[in-house]
Design a protein around this ligand. Structure first.
Ligand code: NAD
Length: 451
């Protein structure tokens, strides 16, 4: 590890990664690698999580290809030094902001979108001119092995090196000094990463999780709400950081909405269980199964331990102190809670750790705005779930307990760049204000100018 990191640092110091041409070449290598191996990537994701070809393409492969192509198109503009306005008291001076690479970065990925969630930050790292060490999650072992073999074959290890392995590998990677660490995963491991980074004063991005609430108001289009919530919840069997975790439905429409949600879950997945994505490993399977309270199940509730499959499940009459409300579910289990008063709900939501996302379904704009203006969360959607993540013009990231830093599109480039600022001053004239002795006349002049 030490030798990989040192060789990347030495390579960075040669300035080889800085030119636009070098960055575009790296991004093209990555793009070709993905296009040429689309089928292999799909197969690995299918073996690890039983992801369908459609889910694999839309949420992992197509997602990053779109991002790569957009980045390649815009990179020249993003890299330009920007000339900014200079105040009058800096006469004969020009001021600039210039993004430059940070150096050698470490990217640590989670298991749920094991390809996308290391490639997407990698696009940011390479476009910003850094060298990168990538540590994919060890649980989706087929995807991990594929990422390692494809990338290590295609790239010079001084520019990009994939390191595979379990917790011990991540821990020993974290002992070293980097110029940035980009971590996606759980809040508790996020804390470990943050602590390790602090020893070297390394800047970090923490893309964490949390319990994403969804509100269905009495003014909602209930059919659309049911469809869009089912889509967001059941994608990847609920193993999505921004999946709707639980629903607060207004008491007056609870029964009507529940029926529609049951019908939609049934229509989406009932007949073909072979199409259900599965839970990543036994530990998470057992954890989610324990959250199912069979007395409260109104749909689903069956599981297949051998396949690690949990049938989409809805639980009714859930209270905030039920087990399922104590942790991020990260599985296809949907608890229904009710509310009567939106003001009280807003207050309660702001007393919870700030989630990565929030969704609300309502046809009443002022009601939507009262929630979106006052509840703290990373990002979200009015009358939809999940899809805000797929707009590369929107920065993606958490707040409070759900993390800090943001990425996607230009924001990825920004996250992995240092914005160096400098001024350029003419030597032809000097007003002399900086030259002692500093008398009262000079002070009066300064006061006047600063007004
Ligand atoms: P995790 O935190 O268990 O693991 C993430 C990475 O950390 C893995 O590569 C793993 O090897 C490493 N790791 C695990 N334990 C470690 C330890 N003790 N010391 C050092 N490294 C360690 O996360 P996960 O279970 O793979 O992913 C699920 C979590 O990630 C959920 O909480 C989810 O919400 C979150 N998530 C967030 C986003 C986002 O964009 N914000 C995206 C996907 C997942």
């Amino acid at each position: 590890m030490e030798s990989i990191i040192q060789s990347q640092k030495a390579y960075f110091k040669t300035h080889a990664t800085r030119p636009l041409s070098a960055r575009l070449e790296a991004l093209t290598t990555l793009e070709n690698l993905i296009v040429d191996n689309e089928q292999k990537i799909k197969e690995a994701l299918n073996k690890d999580l039983n992801k369908s070809s459609f889910e694999a393409y839309t949420t992992e492969i197509g997602f990053v290809l779109h991002s790569l192509r957009k980045t390649k198109k815009k990179l020249k503009r993003w890299m330009k030094a920007e000339k900014v306005r200079t105040p009058l008291y800096h006469a004969f001076t020009k001021s600039y902001v210039k993004p430059e690479p940070k150096g050698t970065v470490l990217i640590i990925g989670p298991y749920n979108y094991p390809f996308q969630l290391v490639v997407e930050p990698l696009i940011g790292a390479l476009s910003a001119g850094n060298t990168a060490i990538v540590k994919p999650s060890e649980f989706p072992s087929h995807t991990e092995a594929l990422i390692e073999s494809l990338m290590n074959e295609a790239f010079d290890s001084r520019l990009l090196k994939v390191v595979s392995g379990g917790v011990e590998v991540t821990q020993s990677l974290l002992e070293h000094a980097y110029d940035h660490i980009f971590f996606t995963g759980s809040s508790c491991v996020g804390q470990i990463v943050y602590e390790a980074a602090s020893k070297h004063l390394t800047p970090v991005t923490l893309e964490l999780g949390g319990k994403t609430p969804t509100i269905v108001s009495e003014h909602a289009n209930l059919q659309r709400a049911a469809e869009r919530i089912a889509f967001g919840k059941l994608l990847n069997a609920g193993q999505t950081c921004i999946a709707p975790d639980h629903i607060y439905v207004h008491a007056s429409v609870k029964e009507a909405f529940k029926e529609k949600l049951i019908q939609t879950f049934d229509a989406f997945y009932h007949t073909e269980s072979s199409r259900y994505p599965v839970i990543i490993n036994d530990k998470h399977f057992k954890r989610i199964v324990e959250l199912i309270d069979h007395e409260k199940v109104v749909y689903g509730g069956t599981v297949d331990e051998a396949k690690r499959l949990i049938v989409p499940t809805i639980m009714d009459d859930i209270q905030v102190d039920d087990a399922v409300m104590k942790e991020e579910i990260f599985g296809p289990v949907m608890p229904l809670l009710t509310y009567d008063n939106l003001e009280t709900l807003i207050e309660n939501l702001n007393n919870e750790p700030s989630p990565l996302a929030l969704y609300m379904f309502s046809e009443n704009t002022s009601e939507l705005e009262s929630v979106f203006d006052r509840v703290r969360f990373g990002g979200g959607a009015m009358n939809d779930t999940i899809t805000h993540v797929a707009n590369p013009n929107l920065p993606f990231g958490g707040v409070g307990q759900s993390g800090f830093g943001r990425y996607h599109g230009y924001y990825s480039f920004k996250e992995f760049s240092h914005f160096k600022t400098y001024i350029k001053k003419s030597t032809r004239f000097d007003p002399g204000l900086n030259k002692p002795p500093y008398d009262a006349k000079k002070e009066r002049l300064v006061k006047k100018v600063l007004k």
